[in-house]
Ligand binder design. Structure first.
Ligand SMILES: *[C@@H]1O[C@H](CO)[C@@H](O)[C@H](O)[C@H]1NC(C)=O
Length: 376
């Protein structure tokens, strides 16, 4: 049974990340890809039926709202007694420890809109680059080929758009000194937290509901905390991400889900699961412990709309990094390169990430000559 679940999850991850998408050359691979997609669609439809309309909206818990209302932003963590900002981060960390997921403010509407435009430009640039050099697709789209309905675009840390660089502004608003998310990550993982994923996620109308899954296998110390920021409003038709709160630890319910597929325990567990979907306004953020069960709902083919998210993950340096089950979704040159402390330090400087480079691999000598010839 366990083997069956594992095989299924591996198949899911491969399809989800488009790793088997280079199948154009082999009809057999293509067949396998389609079979996997069909099996996933069947499973997702089954899970939807088992929920039977028990999904509810994910809301900001009252204790967190109260703690947040007492903070004068920018006051930071004071030494000695707990400051209001520390109490706010502690209230959030407590919810996250209990539920495995938490909604909170991320970006202002204006920053979110500017970042959305920047992510769309990055997608255009990546498409151009990959058209010329298909072998660079992995370092641009985290896949051998960009998928039509759902793709990742790996982002730079700055776009050289002068002082108002939209990526730098967004990073400053999210992680800079005294920000709620930055303070929360510091509380959860300490200043040595490692930036692990950094990308834009695009889903289009017609993209499927995913089967329920977690992004990293269980270990006692939470290894990865993922955040995603909506860069436009996300309504029910756009496939809100849906969570099964409390399933990030080894509870009986989680065990039923993991090993009860064939004897009905999984379905019984799902029928009682109290799923929560994340309806979001532009700029809203959801942070989750990547051990928690969740899925992306379908983006409706007619009533849906293009959905862009900024996703970022930090790895907890106190956890075991050997078995994360999740390849870093970040430009290759940025893998294990920045801690939260580094990022905060950069954001305080005059030219944040000025010397970070693009994070893309250098062109091969042959490619460089070819490009020079093209430019000349
Ligand atoms: C990225 O964001 C999307 C938002 O829809 C979410 O479903 C997904 O789980 C996130 N993944 C990670 C690794 O953060």
């Amino acid at each position: 049974m366990v083997v069956l679940v594992v095989v299924q999850l591996v198949a899911f991850c491969v399809v989800a990340h488009g790793l088997s998408s280079s199948s154009s050359s082999s009809s057999q691979n293509n067949r396998l890809f389609l079979d996997q997609q069909e099996a996933m669609a069947r499973q997702a439809a089954h899970e939807e039926a088992v929920f039977g309309g028990t999904e509810r909206e994910l809301v900001v818990p009252k204790a967190v709202r109260v703690a947040a209302s007492k903070v004068k932003r920018g006051s930071g963590f004071a030494g000695g007694r707990q400051s209001p900002a520390e109490k706010e981060a502690a209230a959030r960390a407590k919810v996250l420890a209990r539920e495995g997921v938490l909604k909170m403010p991320g970006l202002g509407r204006d920053t979110a809109a500017k970042l959305r435009a920047a992510v769309l430009s990055e997608i255009d640039e990546a498409r151009e680059a990959v058209k010329l050099r298909p072998e660079t697709s992995m370092s641009r789209f985290h896949a051998r080929e960009e998928q039509k309905l759902r793709s990742f675009v790996l982002l730079p840390l700055r776009r050289d758009e002068g002082l108002d660089d939209p990526i730098v502004s967004a990073t400053a608003e999210l992680l800079g000194e005294g920000t709620p998310l930055g303070d929360l990550y510091e509380k959860l993982c300490g200043p040595e937290a490692v930036l692990y994923d950094f990308y834009g996620l695009r889903t289009e109308p017609g993209s499927f509901r995913q089967p329920i899954h977690s992004d990293t296998p269980f270990q006692r110390v939470p290894p990865l905390y993922a955040s995603f920021v909506a860069l436009q409003d996300v309504d029910l038709d756009m496939g809100p991400t849906t969570f099964l709160p409390g399933t990030h630890t080894e509870t009986d319910a989680r065990l039923d889900f993991d090993v009860g597929m064939l004897d009905g325990r999984r379905d019984a567990m799902l029928a009682k699961a109290k799923p929560k979907f994340a309806l979001l306004e532009a700029g809203d953020l959801v942070i989750f412990d990547m051990r928690v069960l969740h899925f992306g709902a379908a983006n409706h083919p007619d009533k849906g709309a293009t959905r862009i998210f900024l996703n970022l993950t930090f790895r907890n340096p106190r956890a075991n990094a050997d078995n994360l089950g999740h390849i870093p979704c970040i430009r290759p040159g940025f893998v294990n390169r920045f801690t939260l402390r580094d990022i905060r330090c950069q954001l305080k400087s005059d030219a944040p990430f000025d010397r970070a480079g693009t994070g893309l691999p250098p062109l091969s000598p042959a490619a460089r000559i070819e490009r020079q010839a093209r430019v000349a």
